[in-house]
Design a protein around this ligand. Sequence first.
Ligand code: GDP
Ligand code: MG
Length: 598
Amino acid sequence: IDRRYIRNFSIVAHIDHGKSTLADRLIQLTGTVAERDMKEQLLDAMDIERERGITIKANTVRIDYPAQDGHTYILNLIDTPGHVDFSYEVSRSMQAVEGSLLVVDATQGVEAQTLANVYQAIDADHEIVPVLNKIDLPAADIDRVAEQIEDVIGIDATDAIQISAKTGVGIPDVLEAIVQRLPPPPEGDAEKPLKAMLVDSKYDPYLGVVVIVRVIDGVLKKGQRIRMMKTGGTYDIDRVGVYRPAMKDVDELGPGEIGYITASIKQVRDTRVGDTITTEKKGCETPLPGFKPSVPVVFCGLFPVDSAQFDDLRDAIEKLALNDASFTYEVESSAALGFGLRCGFLGLLHLEVIRDRIEREYDIELITTAPSVVYHLYMKDGEMRELSNPADMPDPSHVDRIEEPRIKATILVPDDYLGEVLKLCQDRRGIQQDLTYAGSRAMVVYDLPLNEVVFDFYDRLKSVTKGYASFDYEITGYREDRLVKMSILVNDEPVDALSVMVHRDRAEQRGRAMCEKLKELIPRHMFKIPIQAAIGGKVIARETLSALRKDVTAKCYGGDVTRKKKLLEKQKAGKKKMRQFGRVEIPQEAFISALKMD
Ligand code: GDP
Ligand code: MG
């Protein structure tokens, strides 16, 4: 295939600005899918991804487009993961293409993820074509949003294409712009040793692992024996093909092309995003630059509410891990919660997605313990230890200092809510780095501890700005601070699943808030229950849950039997979601709710 007639591109956008809808229109208009097979959001395969409007895995589709110049072009669209947790995966997919369509909702304007994603495209030296979407809506403000693209992002928006991905207006212009304004792939050499980038991989129950690849040099063919340069694995290629968007085998993939291979690879873990694929014999010598394995940054414990379901939980996690190499898990046992799994995730959304899938697809109710970041403990004997579970905190007298991960957070918000946002960031130990205006919106940049963000920062941000703020972050490094482990004692028993690492200056406030919350959440028992927060042996906050005075059914006046029965049944149902801690029953939701600060 002549590289001059290939265009490889991605679409970058803030969530809900119309990326998937535009991809659907491109696929539809070029007849890539027969009209009768057209269903919405062709590229967002998984239900949960559709529901949340996010893509976790990169998807790709090859489109044939007969352009106005008389040539038929091959357009390869890579749909990248749309969320900050997966920014490394995004940066790799960006390296696999030469251009991007920058989609901005003309009724909303530039948002935090627009910026984060477009910077990734700029870093990858992409040619960028701005596209203003949703012009069918009366609220569309084309001039203002074009100006914003120029002011905030700094790219020329005079030739921005105006479209409605919904009605189809402007889609032919997008196709022409892809051909005319985006560059073809750089010249590769089909005669050279094979060099291909591993863009992403997914698990298929029938085919095993399917790998998305971008060929740089050489040719990929069925029957070749290949080697992954970083992981060292060798495999025989079974199938080579392209997505249209259904899988279709082809004879070979040459320089500049994007497609898939299967090679009896057992698990996604054996395929690392960003790895270089070459032939086992006479392979290329230098791998592609910039490979780094993704590491989990947020950890939490997942315990079944019904402890008999532990084996089911482990099976579920193993199945999910088949398709996602980026989370880790190991068996954890907690004095209070019994057996569970300690899991590591790329970020909070990643955690939520996995947790939701376990609850929904495998029907296991979970207790999720407080999410924790990874702390670096510098011990007095010179050793550095990583701490991802507050329960494992060693005796502080052996610790010289503790460092915690910091992030650079970018928040875009309408002026009216700026004060609220500044207050929230300040409350979370943030250090303001930048504040600029674009029209009536402010862009603030804060340096924040990741541990202040992993919990409910995003929810709080949405609520104090009535949903108008957008947020994105990247991890910048580690810094020392005065951090301590705070334990929670219920009826004088420490509940390890509620232990958290906190800043010393905020410990009293957090401790008090947690005790108050728990007092509301734990039902009264026949005896008095002290609820305490402590650092080391020292109690810093305390609440007391008073004893239950009367039998709850007493208020049914004895007479109405069905009502009494109902009440008892309701209590029983409620019980199922409780866990016993010594003599006290704590409801499932307490573990998460106790940590929310408001
Ligand atoms: P994504 O998160 O960027 O993939 O956004 P989607 O493609 O899922 O679109 C988000 C929502 O905006 C959906 O409800 C779409 O139907 C709607 N939408 C997308 N494009 C347009 C458009 O041009 N006009 C209108 N009115 N709605 C649109
Ligand atoms: Mg989408």
